[in-house]
Design a protein around this ligand. Structure first.
Ligand SMILES: Cc1cc2nc3c(=O)[nH]c(=O)nc-3n(C[C@H](O)[C@H](O)[C@H](O)COP(=O)(O)OP(=O)(O)OC[C@H]3O[C@@H](n4cnc5c(N)ncnc54)[C@H](O)[C@@H]3O)c2cc1C
Length: 542
């Protein structure tokens, strides 16, 4: 199927690119492939959204029933937590750009559903349930499109009765908008050596729930961020969020930076512990948990942005990595990058170019407000990572203030991959986590149930071990089998076989597509590839 532009991924970046392409030239043939069963089904975010890009793309969005417009941010708190206490950081201590005034809180999934409708009204073809599983190259080595995943392949690789081969979609330009740790993006980074001149990308794991809470406690627009406890107890770092959103709900979640060294750290259990903090628990008591999910978030910042354009293709949004880590915001930058790539692709096509590198897109990003915003906070993540949650936060704050006042030194700190940061188990003490109480805290399996996750069972495992012996030979003896803990869906389990020897079992049907295993596996032996179309979570309004 020939198109002018094929976009892989129907998140904010991909949809903003699609809409912009049609705004610039409505004759362009544009298609969006989305692996979720519908647009929004695989989207998980906070979210407090800075509307800057949305204002540029669709200035009338507030008057057009956009669900995001429902709840403007009304109150903003930043709490430093100890085990039982909290310190509400005064606003004057934070640089002005950390303020959420003028932002909105709501479901990013629902914003994407609304953007998807806009795109379709403009003539964009959207194919939900179709993962792009392979990149196609022409005879000159340029990307010429993608192929979608075959359907109806059995676990042993044979074709079932409902077998359907994937489609080839050919394009003058292919935009990769897969979000954090996109699997085709990872291949493009390796194939075109796109990270040769930047730092490696690093990530956090965000685990999130939606709760219906007691209406007496609900304050629409109140947003709270927390730092400190409980991760301070394991020398790791990250933070929580709790946003009062539409419909009497709060969205709450917890991001654990994946650079933790202690392999006994258990991000899911840290989140459960955090909910028991008196200040968080108080909000949840009397409420009901209604949804659960998890997703990795980029934390590398400006120094991890790779080369963005290559022959026939470009990376946009979190495929490239434009998250402002101290603000925990990447939606506005994802959308803006999609718009800049669309401008470049539309102009190139009018100029009768195709399948070359859109270098002007790369240049445009590096001179846009994305660059200005991200370069200001570029040392925040590495300072906290290096000096820990307490001292690191003070240093990061000082660094951001100095850059805001334009007296920052021109240094940029480096990263090491999250996989490489994982330490040997014999250097750490096992962490005992409390049992869930079934009221505030829960176990993983009942949680995954609430994510609506479903995969066809008889299909090849989409969590591919490059060497199937590594989990038992290396991961278990050296790192105490961290995959059994970092996965928020309980996909990886070490189970004793008939001879009493522990073997790795992969429950791939539980996978919520967060990509943490691909990121954190210390031996980099696990490769996440797309499963059969429509598989994965079915998030309502995450
Ligand atoms: C816990 C958490 C909290 C966050 N909080 C905030 C916040 O409050 N404010 C904010 O602005 N940002 C926040 N972010 C970041 C924000 O969600 C991202 O920056 C943003 O979603 C990036 O948009 P994207 O379009 O690049 O990628 P995504 O939103 O990840 O969308 C990618 C889409 O592509 C699809 N896809 C991936 N691979 C394929 C494939 N091969 N074929 C077909 N489809 C594919 C996916 O299913 C998905 O729908 C948060 C992130 C997390 C994880």
């Amino acid at each position: 199927m020939p198109y002018d532009v094929v976009i892989v991924g129907g998140g904010p970046a991909g949809l903003a690119a699609a809409i912009r392409l049609k705004q610039v030239n409505d004759e362009l043939e544009v298609c969006v492939l989305e692996k979720g069963s519908e647009i929004g089904a695989h989207i998980l975010s906070g979210a407090v959204v800075d509307p800057r890009a949305l204002d540029e793309l669709l200035p009338e969005w507030r008057e057009q029933d956009c669900p995001l417009a429902e709840v403007p941010v009304t109150e903003n708190h930043h709490w430093m937590l100890s085990r039982s206490g909290k310190f509400d950081m005064p606003h004057f201590a934070l640089p002005p750009f950390m303020s959420n005034d003028g932002n909105y809180t709501g479901s990013l999934g629902n914003l994407c559903r609304w953007l998807g409708e806009k795109a379709e009204e403009m003539g964009v073809e959207i194919f939900p349930g179709f993962p792009a599983s392979e990149v196609l190259f022409d005879e000159n080595g340029a990307v010429m499109g993608v192929a979608t995943q075959d359907m109806g392949v059995a676990a042993d690789g044979s074709q079932k009765a409902d077998y359907q081969p994937g489609m080839e979609l050919h394009a003058k330009y292919t935009l990769f908008a897969e979000g954090a740790r996109g699997h085709l993006t990872k291949r493009m980074k390796a194939h075109f050596d796109l990270e040769a001149e930047c730092q490696p990308q690093v990530y956090g794991l965000g685990i999130k729930e939606l709760w219906d809470i007691d209406p007496a406690k609900h304050v629409p627009g109140r947003v709270i961020h927390t730092q400190g406890w409980p991760l301070s107890e394991s020398d790791s770092w990250g933070g929580g969020f709790l946003y009062h959103q539409a419909g009497g709900q709060v969205a709450l979640g917890f991001v654990t930076a994946l650079d933790y060294a202690n392999p006994y750290v258990f991000p899911f259990e840290e989140f459960q512990r955090w909910k028991h903090h008196p200040a968080i628990r108080e909000v949840l008591e009397g409420g009901k948990r209604v949804s659960y999910g998890a997703r990795a978030i980029n934390e590398g910042g400006w120094q991890s942005v790779p080369q963005l354009a290559f022959p026939g293709g470009a990376l946009i949004g979190c495929s490239a990595g434009f998250v402002n880590v101290p603000r925990i915001k990447g939606t506005h930058t994802a959308m803006k990058s999609g718009m800049l790539a669309a401008d470049a692709a539309a102009a190139a096509i009018v100029g009768e170019r195709e399948k070359d590198a859109l270098d002007e897109y790369d240049t445009a990003v590096r001179s846009s407000w994305i660059a200005d915003e991200l370069s200001r906070v570029r040392n925040a993540q590495p300072l906290v990572s290096k000096f820990g949650g307490a001292l690191g936060t003070v240093l990061a704050g000082a660094d951001m203030w100095m850059r805001t006042l334009k007296i920052g030194l021109p240094y940029t700190m480096k990263h090491e991959t999250d996989a490489a940061k994982t330490g040997r188990a014999d250097l750490y003490k096992k962490i005992e986590y409390p049992k869930p109480d079934g009221v505030i805290s829960f176990d993983r399996l009942s949680s995954v149930f609430l994510s609506g996750t479903n995969h066809e069972e008889d299909q090849p495992c989409h969590l591919v071990l490059k060497d199937p012996t590594i989990p038992e030979k290396v991961n278990l003896p050296v790192y105490a089998g961290p995959e059994a803990r970092y996965c928020p869906a309980g996909v990886y389990e070490f189970v004793e076989d008939d001879n009493g020897i522990e073997q790795l079992v992969i429950n791939a049907q539980n996978c919520v597509h967060c990509k943490t295993c691909d990121i954190k596996d210390p031996t980099q032996n696990i490769e996440w590839v797309t499963p059969e179309g429509g598989g994965g979570p079915n998030y309502p309004n995450m």
